[in-house]
Design a protein around this ligand. Structure first.
Ligand SMILES: Nc1ncnc2c1ncn2[C@@H]1O[C@H](COP(=O)(O)OP(=O)(O)O)[C@@H](O)[C@H]1O
Ligand SMILES: [Mg+2]
Length: 251
């Protein structure tokens, strides 16, 4: 059974249809890339999977490990192993990053019926993840994402992912705002988390990221549907030919 099964998903926002019968399956251990023109609904798809409100799901289902998650609240989806790295990470002034990370980790452990981590255990884990992602310790004392550069925010998202060890990770345009060095650090962080028990949905407009996080499958999103599926070579083909063939057509 595929870890993520999206069947015939129809989604509207403000009475505008954004996803229109989208079907996508991602197997355990798989890294699937979604590519598509700007405005094709890539972020909408990631938000709907994560459970952000404002989106009206008119039809279809999203199954994670066989369970329909559309009925779950966002925090319940996270406890079920879902993680979304945002295209535009939120800033939370007044909450030290370290405090936020500990609360997030322990909330998930609690939801799964696991014991809270002791502070020394937590600090050990954060420091290891921060070192790997080259996140300075000083950053962990600042408010979450407050004053972080685009690249620092992206590294912080991957640090959260490394700590939470989700089973299904969605990365929405993780490459935007990253210079080549930061891109490599982020990609190394993601690649280190690749495992037969974990799957990824890597959303990107550009092929560049997929040189660093090499996907097993590539799907093209256009006009609210997956219109093409292939292997990693499909990303190269899109890079060469552009999205002209897949541009939104007037509804
Ligand atoms: N909150 C919103 N209200 C109205 N339209 C929206 C909203 N969010 C997204 N859209 C529209 O939905 C379409 C898909 O957007 P999005 O999912 O962000 O695309 P992508 O991530 O592929 O660039 C766009 O036309 C966008 O303008
Ligand atoms: Mg987007």
């Amino acid at each position: 059974m595929d870890m993520l099964q999206i069947n015939n998903l129809v989604v509207e926002i403000d009475n505008r249809r954004i996803l229109d019968g989208l079907t996508l399956h991602v197997g355990k251990g798989e890294v699937a890339a979604i590519m598509g023109p700007n405005g094709s609904g890539k972020s909408t798809l990631s938000y709907v999977i994560a459970g952000k409100e404002d989106y009206e799901v008119l039809d279809g289902e999203i199954l994670l490990n066989g369970e329909n998650i559309l009925e779950l609240e966002p925090d319940q989806r996270a406890a079920a192993g879902l993680f979304l790295a945002f295209q535009y990470p939120l800033e939370i002034p007044g909450v030290a990053t370290m405090t936020f990370l500990k609360a997030a980790l322990n909330a998930q452990r609690k939801a799964r019926g696991e014991a809270e981590l002791s502070t020394p255990d937590f600090i050990k884990r954060v420091n290891a993840a921060a070192a790997q992602l080259e996140v300075p310790k000083e950053m962990l004392k600042r408010g979450l994402n407050v004053g972080f550069s685009g690249g620092e925010k992206k590294r912080m998202e991957i640090l959260q992912m490394a700590l939470l060890q989700p089973s299904f990770c969605i990365l929405d345009e993780t490459d935007s705002g990253l210079d080549i060095d930061a891109l490599q650090i982020v990609a190394d962080g993601v690649n280190a988390l690749r495992s037969p028990d974990r799957a990824f949905l890597v959303i990107t407009h550009y092929q560049r990221l997929l040189n660093h996080i090499v996907p097993d499958t590539v799907h093209v999103l256009s006009n609210g549907k997956i219109v093409r599926t292939g292997g990693k070579e499909l990303a190269l083909e899109l890079e060469a030919s552009g999205y002209a063939e897949y541009r939104a057509t007037a509804a």
